[in-house]
Design a protein around this ligand. Structure first.
Ligand code: PLP
Length: 385
């Protein structure tokens, strides 16, 4: 039997041809396809600017640098995320604080965020990094109200959530990455994500100054734009104006990403269909807890359930070649963060969530038969346990 992973890329003939076209072209990197992908992506999420980078972690690092994070910075994120959401602050020498998750939506608890902010002196925190966990769009309108009051910026980690939205107080759909409330939003194009470029990432923003900084930081801090130069010695001249990195995406990757983006809405729709089927299959099973989804704007990067017998279920499904995953081991319990003093029971809701969570297969090419098998095996196992 073919193995069923929790996530898998989907590559079409058009994707392959797009990459081949770049291979036959003048530019493998620093060519025109990067900007085309950026423009298409900005349009897709409804932002003014998009900056393509080498991966989602680079997107987080550059975002933190653009917002001047340094060793005096204190920044808040959630423990239920991939480590990179927190690590980007450590790269810049800053301090990471965590806020526990909401027990029903599994994203940062905004009341606890406010409590943490108020527990410190004014202007103690420079920013917050909410994460649209599993594809559930965090209510950044509410976070923005706090951020504005306390002079903080917002980097939204939307790696799980291209195409996701929440409804704001005016009942408008606010899409992740649109920059309506977040200063910067970051995405990843790792193969398990909604669209892939192999490795890749994107930062979106409506802020012209941050955009300019990101472009500079992405490529060694170097500019050749004559209007931005301090001097100009001739056609060859460039200036390194700040300490940047080589976090560029190649044209090969951008071509794949751009081609994938054309099918992003189809993939999203299929993910929502798969989620609806899981929901329906498990809805009357009191032994299976699901994420509370308040709107239909969930992007379902992951479909997570909570079950008491999680480890046994995980192992059992492996024997049937169904490779589920666990998202996530709480970041504060990683040995690196424990060295900073974090310990068990610091964030009890996140820790309790971790004990029982399991991410089921969720990707657009999952067949109905494969999903039916997953549902059947889980149901039989849970009911028999
Ligand atoms: C929530 C979150 N943030 C950041 C990242 C980092 O992205 P990348 O793997 O592209 O560096 C990931 C990727 O797994 C992620 O899931």
């Amino acid at each position: 039997m073919k193995a069923i992973p929790y996530g898998r890329q989907c590559i079409s003939q058009e994707d392959i041809e797009s990459v081949i076209a770049v291979l036959k072209s003048e530019y493998l990197t620093q060519g025109p396809v990067i900007k085309e992908f950026e423009d298409d992506f900005a349009r897709y999420v409804g932002a003014k600017h998009a900056v393509a980078v080498s991966n989602g972690t680079a997107a987080l690092h550059l975002s933190a640098l653009a917002l001047n994070v340094n060793n005096a910075s204190n920044v808040i994120t959630t423990p239920i995320t991939f480590a990179a959401s927190a690590n980007c602050i450590k790269y810049c020498g800053g301090n990471v604080y965590f806020v526990d998750i909401d027990p029903e939506t599994w994203v940062m608890d905004i009341d606890k965020l406010e409590k943490l902010i108020l527990s410190k002196p004014p202007n103690f925190f420079s920013g917050v990094i909410p994460v649209d966990f599993a594809g559930y769009a965090v209510n950044t309108e509410k976070i923005k109200q706090l951020a504005e009051k306390h002079n903080m910026w917002i980097i939204e980690d939307a790696c799980h959530a291209p195409g996701a939205y929440f409804l704001n107080a005016n009942n408008e759909k606010v899409f992740c990455g649109s920059g309506k409330y977040s200063d910067l939003t970051i995405f990843s194009f790792h193969p398990v994500k909604h669209i892939t470029s192999g490795e890749g990432g994107m930062i979106t923003t409506n802020n012209d100054d941050l955009y300019k900084k990101l472009i500079l930081l992405r490529s060694h801090g170097i500019t050749k734009q004559s209007k931005d130069l301090y001097e100009n010695h001739g056609g060859w001249y460039y200036e390194m104006q700040t300490l940047g990195f080589n976090y560029r995406l190649t044209d090969l990757q951008a071509a794949l990403g751009k081609s994938q983006l054309k099918r992003a809405d189809d993939g999203l729709q299929r993910r929502r269909e798969i989620a609806a089927k899981y929901h329906h299959a498990f809805k009357n099973n009191s032994k299976i807890i699901k994420q509370s989804v308040l709107e239909d704007g969930h992007a379902f990067h992951l479909y997570v359930i909570q079950v008491v017998e999680r480890k046994n279920l995980f192992d059992f499904l492996r024997t049937k070649a169904i490779y589920c995953q666990i998202h996530y081991i709480p970041v504060h319990l990683q040995p690196y963060y424990k060295l900073m003093g974090y310990k068990k029971n610091d964030f009890p809701i996140a820790e309790a969530y971790y004990e029982t969570c399991i991410s089921l297969p969720m990707f657009p090419t999952l067949t109905s038969d494969e999903q039916a098998l997953v549902i059947q095996l889980i149901t039989e196992y849970i009911n028999g346990s």
